[in-house]
Design a protein. Sequence first.
Length: 401
Amino acid sequence: MIIVIVILTIRLQHMKFYPFKKSLILFSVTAMTLTACTNNVDNQSQPINQTVSKSDDLLKNIFKDRFKIGTALSRKQIIGNETNILPFVNQHFNALTPENSMKWEKINPQPNIYDFEASDALVEFSNKHNHSFTGHTLVWHSQVPNWVFEHSDGTPLNRKELLKRMEAHINKVAGRYAGKIQAWDVVNEALNEDGTLRKSKWYSIIGEDFIEYAFKFAAKAAPQAKLYYNDYNLYKPEKRQGVINLVKNLQSKGIKIDGVGMQAHYSLDTPNFNEVEDSISAYAALDVDVLITELDISVIPFPNKEKMGADVSLNFELQDEFNPYPLAIPKAIEQKQAKRYQELFHIFNKHQKSIERITFWGVDDSQSWKNDWPMPGRSDYPLLIDRQLTLKPFAKTLNQQ
């Protein structure tokens, strides 16, 4: 490396450069030198050498015979430049959910154009390794292209037309994986915080029975799959009642619904976990599965606590006060997080007969969506696996809470 630098330095002395070009070359040489000296390895291009010394230290084994332990995978992790994480995923998890690859805007971005590359690869991977797979999601107000609700000239569809489009999409997507995956988040986030139905385009054009039709279509397209309703902030009493009403309505009409997914995007001070437990008990009393989905416990402050949840439309400019730990999580904060996870898993363990699965929204802290939502460029530490792909010490005893 030193020889290379000397040669480049000689050549630089005999060549004419614009100032910025010379700086660029010098910067490149410096970077190359530092790389050689530290023997640094590009994590995205080399295999991840992360072995676990004991099988008891694997998340899926820690909770063996209690719940399935899942994670969400991005397109990069499935077919992109981060597939080297997959052996590590196999070690720790036995349930998978695509983070975005099956959402309407990704899988069906334009009329009659489908992108099944990532979802096909993940389903194949899941079946090969005997993971439980949940498709996410068929009907949602967000991340769905405008064309879904419109004619080619931009005028809105009517009820009959939109129902036909919904059915065609569900048949195409859920039907493609019928018998290959175990469950679907059929409808996602259809309720307001007070438990009333969100005034989405689905609701405005079709009416409140759009949920009934979505579950009917899904049951027909994927008859062997379990069908779930999934939403955030379901610990809130008003929203809890809204879900109870939704499930009871479907059940009263003989429409298949197998479970309720409780998105669990929590923090160091909210929610009150007594309310979480009350909701678990209430949903279990409906004789459906309870799923803890999208679990993470953020350690950094939320810009607007009144809107805390998972509304992906929120977006704030980066501010230092909301990014207090850009380099590392302080020990005292990690201890607070440990206490929160311990309190939460005490409840989960208590209700293990009702909880089918616990899915973390991401594999490790480095790729958690919380780093960029609702304020891009932050450093959060919300998961049980840190940025070095090491299980946080407190995670090993969560089954003992």
